[in-house]
Design a protein around this ligand. Sequence first.
Ligand SMILES: *[C@@H]1O[C@H](CO)[C@@H](O)[C@H](O)[C@H]1NC(C)=O
Ligand SMILES: *[C@@H]1O[C@H](CO)[C@@H](O)[C@H](O)[C@H]1NC(C)=O
Length: 299
Amino acid sequence: MMLKLQNPLLELVGLLFWMCILPWAEGGKVLVMPMDGSHWLSMLKVVQELHTRGHQAVVLAPEVNLHIKGEDFFTLETFPTSYSQEEFDHLFQYHNQMIFKTQNLLKTFLEMVASMKNASMMHSRTCSELLHNEALIRHLNESSFNVVLTDPINPCGALLAKYLSVPAVFFLRAVPCDLDFEATQCPNPSSYIPRLMTTNSDHMTFLQRVKNMLYPLGMKYICHVLHNAYPSLASELFQREVSLVDILSHASVWLFRGDFVLDYPRPVMPNMVFIGGINCANRKPLSQVCIAAFLPSVL
Ligand SMILES: *[C@@H]1O[C@H](CO)[C@@H](O)[C@H](O)[C@H]1NC(C)=O
Ligand SMILES: *[C@@H]1O[C@H](CO)[C@@H](O)[C@H](O)[C@H]1NC(C)=O
């Protein structure tokens, strides 16, 4: 009699136990479309943590890349590109050399834009090849991912998420040309919000405000040059006019690798989360040289 009563009781306890832990045990399927280079190195930590928490991550990257190599905590899926590793390395080395070249500022700027244009052409060509790869798109579509995690500095991940109708989470430091403000519809008064790379603060003199107004115009031109392939690619896929802001507006959540300790405060939307601390995931004690260099200014 006692045993008979005990069993349903045990079952009930067991059921309650499973009901309690199930929400945590339910792993999601995450499609990760990273930006290569240093951007990937910070995203890698997030992918590792997703794996630790029981989620399944598939990292999608072009066959020819810089840092995106397989790890045991995610599945790497690569797709072919129309350029070779040599061409890719050449462009990258050229860009690196230019950064450290000392010459006329205007010449450096023009060469920089040309090189960025080449790199961006390579990215957008890769994106077009990915989105036109019918077998891969079918496979990704059938995989029914719950979410796409991507760095919008390369809008391809956002476009892919929109194309597959999967919600997107953006992981970023910043996007140029205030595209994040436009895509999230944040207020963006130029008399108050210092523009990227102007070195202005949130307290500006009249001339600094003028600079704050003029600076974005130059940036807008660069952004147009760098990103104009994506709206036409998107418009072709969706058979209607799609702008870059439309592509970026697809994001459900924006995870900013920033913090108002480091950046000036600004109005934000509820789906924008600041996770600047994540940049310190790989911390090491400062070397004596660093401490010596900093101390005089601190004291
Ligand atoms: C850009 O690409 C063109 C053609 O592909 C090449 O001739 C030129 O050297 C490249 N420029 C830079 C800055 O890499
Ligand atoms: C994904 O699959 C669904 C259902 O079969 C289909 O309606 C949709 O067009 C597919 N999307 C893409 C991008 O192929």
